[in-house]
Design a protein around this ligand. Structure first.
Ligand SMILES: *Cc1c(COP(=O)(O)O)cnc(C)c1O
Length: 479
C-alpha cells in the first residue's frame, strides 16, 4: 500500500488459488489466474445517516461516495472523481438514470441514456477511462478481449475507441445479434477496434474468451485485459443506480425492490452488492427469457444447462451466467473449496446442485420468473396502451416479472415496497421485436441516426480459440 492512503481495498478470488490484488490489479486482470472471479475482501457499509446524506445529490456525486471504498489505496480520490465527473457528464439525460412511473407504486428505471443506449454504458464508459488512466500510469498497453451477446460489444467499443493504450477485440455470435447492435460495432472504424463475428452462440464466444485468459503465455504475450462483466469494476459502477433510484423513492426509510432482466448475472449481482452495503432492498427479482437456467436453478436448487434458444431478447440468450459464481461464493460463506466443488461438477456434467438450506435462504431475497416471447410482446403492447411508454423486449420481460410479483403472494413489507423494473436498453436497438409489438420501429436518439447507412467493417472467424489467437497476434503486430 502506498503511504498516502489510510487503507486499501483488496480483492480475493472465488477459487482461492491466486493472490489478492488491489483495485488496479483487478481492473487490469479481469479473470483471476485460477479461473475465478474477484470479489472485495469485505463489503463497505454505509449507515442510515450516510444514505440520508446522499439523498438529492447528483448521480456523479453518489457515484463518487459509493465507489470510493473500492478504489481506496489504488487511485487518488481527486483523479477518480475527475474520471467519474467526465463519465456521467456525457450522458444525454440530466438525471443520468431517470425513473418513470408505470403504476401506483411501480416504476421503470431507464438505463439507456448513454452513448450506445443500453445500460452497459453506465459501467463501460467509466471502465474505458479507468483503463486508459491506469495503463498510462503503468506505461504499458493492453489488449482488451470480450464476448458480447449484443450490447456489451458496442458499449465497450464506444468506451475504448481511439484510446492510446488499448486495442480492443470483441467477439459476437454471427447472425445472432440485432442489425442495429451489429452496426453499432462494425461501423466504428477506429484503428484500435476489431469487431469479429464468430460461428456459434454467445456461450461459445464467451468460452473462447475464457480460453484465451486461461492460456497464461498468450495472456502475458499480448497483455490481455477483460471488459466483460466478470471485470469487478463494471459491477462496482452498476451499484450506483440502485442507490440513486432507491434514494429518490424514499430509501433509506423505505424498502425498494428491484426486477432485473438477467443474462450474465452482472447487473443483478450489483443489486446484491448494493444491499450488502446497506441499502434497504428486500427483493431482487431475476427475470429471464426462455433461456431460463437461473429461474430453474432458483426453483429447483439444481443448475442445469440447456441448449440456447434464440429469442426476441437476444442480450439474454445465455445459459452460462458467469457472475453467478460470485453469489455462489457468498452462499458458501466464501469457502473456495465448496465453490470449486460446485463449479467443477457443473463444468463436467453441465449440472450441479446446492443444499436445500442454502437455497431456501437464497429464495428469501431472490425471486425468479421466465417470460416467453409471446408474453414479452403482449407486455410491450399493454404497457404502451396504459402508460404511453414503449419498452424494448428485455425491459418488457422485467416489467412482466414486476407485475407477477405485485399480483403474487407478497409479504406485508413487500406490498408496501416500491417495485422498480430496470429498463436496460432503448427500444430502437431491437427493431424486429419492436415492429412486431407496435407496428413500426422506434427511432433512435438523434445522435445515432444514419447508422443504418454507414459502411461496415466485417471480420468473420470460425469459433475456435486458435483462429481468434492468430487474428489478435496479426492485428497487434501490424501496429
Ligand atoms: C446485457 C443486457 C442484459 C443482461 O445483463 P447481465 O448483467 O448480463 O445479467 C439484459 N438486457 C439488456 C438490454 C442487456 O444489454
Amino acid at each position: 500500500m502506498r503511504e498516502d492512503y489510510d487503507s486499501q481495498m483488496l480483492y480475493q478470488t472465488t477459487r482461492g488459488a491466486a493472490p489478492e490484488l488491489d483495485f488496479t490489479g483487478v481492473l487490469l486482470t479481469g479473470l483471476a489466474r485460477d479461473g475465478g472471479l474477484f470479489v472485495p475482501s469485505h463489503w463497505p457499509k454505509f449507515s442510515v445517516q450516510d444514505w440520508q446524506a446522499m439523498v438529492g445529490l447528483p448521480y456523479a456525486e453518489v457515484a463518487k461516495k459509493l465507489m470510493a471504498p473500492f478504489v481506496e489505496g489504488s487511485i487518488p480520490q481527486a483523479d477518480f472523481a475527475a474520471m467519474v465527473d467526465d463519465t456521467y457528464r456525457n450522458f444525454y439525460h440530466p438525471a443520468v438514470a431517470p425513473l418513470t412511473q408505470i403504476g401506483g407504486n411501480e416504476w421503470v428505471l431507464e438505463l439507456f441514456h448513454g452513448q450506445t443506449i443500453a445500460f452497459k454504458d453506465y459501467a463501460l464508459q467509466l471502465l474505458g477511462r479507468l483503463f486508459d488512466y491506469s495503463l498510462t500510469r503503468a506505461k504499458r498497453r493492453a489488449v482488451i478481449v470480450g464476448a458480447t451477446s449484443g450490447d456489451t460489444g458496442s458499449a465497450a467499443i464506444e468506451a475504448c475507441r481511439d484510446r492510446e493504450a488499448i486495442d480492443i477485440f470483441i467477439l459476437f455470435p454471427h447472425g445472432k445479434v440485432s442489425e442495429f447492435q451489429r452496426r453499432q460495432m462494425t461501423t466504428v472504424t477506429s484503428k484500435n477496434v476489431h469487431a469479429i463475428a464468430i460461428d456459434g452462440s454467445f456461450d461459445d464466444a464467451q468460452a473462447i474468451v475464457k480460453g484465451l485468459f486461461n492460456d497464461h503465455d498468450f495472456r502475458d504475450e499480448v497483455g490481455m485485459a477483460a471488459i466483460n462483466s466478470i471485470n469487478w469494476a463494471r459491477i462496482m459502477a452498476q451499484i450506483v443506480y440502485y442507490a440513486t433510484s432507491s434514494l429518490s423513492l424514499g430509501a433509506p426509510s423505505r424498502q425498494v425492490d428491484f426486477v432485473v432482466p438477467t443474462g450474465n448475472f452482472g447487473n443483478i449481482y450489483a443489486g446484491y452488492a448494493a444491499r450488502q452495503m446497506g441499502l434497504p432492498i428486500g427483493r431482487l427479482v431475476l427475470a429471464t427469457n426462455q433461456n431460463d437456467i437461473l429461474a430453474r436453478w432458483l426453483a429447483s436448487g439444481t443448475m442445469a444447462t440447456a441448449p440456447v434458444k434464440p429469442s426476441i431478447s437476444p442480450s439474454m440468450d445465455i445459459q452460462i451466467s458467469s457472475n453467478v459464481e460470485r453469489l455462489i461464493y457468498e452462499l458458501f460463506d466464501r469457502d473456495s473449496t465448496r465453490l470449486n466443488g460446485f463449479m467443477t461438477e457443473f463444468a463436467k456434467s453441465g449440472k450441479a446442485s446446492m443444499p436445500d438450506g442454502i437455497m431456501s435462504n437464497l429464495r428469501t431475497l431472490f425471486h425468479g420468473h421466465a417470460v416467453d416471447d409471446k408474453t414479452t410482446l403482449e407486455t410491450m403492447r399493454s404497457v404502451y396502451d396504459s402508460t404511453g411508454e414503449k419498452l424494448d423486449p428485455h425491459s418488457a420481460i422485467a416489467v412482466h416479472a414486476l407485475l407477477l410479483e405485485r399480483s403474487g403472494s407478497e409479504s406485508p413489507a413487500e406490498k408496501q415496497a416500491a417495485l422498480v423494473a430496470l429498463a436496460c436498453a432503448h427500444p430502437a436497438k431491437f427493431a424486429d421485436a419492436v415492429t412486431r409489438a407496435y407496428g413500426q420501429p422506434v427511432p433512435p436518439p438523434k445522435f445515432l441516426s444514419g447508422i443504418e447507412s454507414r459502411p461496415e467493417r466485417n471480420y468473420h472467424l470460425p469459433g475456435t480459440t486458435t483462429a481468434v489467437k492468430e487474428f489478435i497476434r496479426n492485428k497487434i503486430n501490424q501496429g
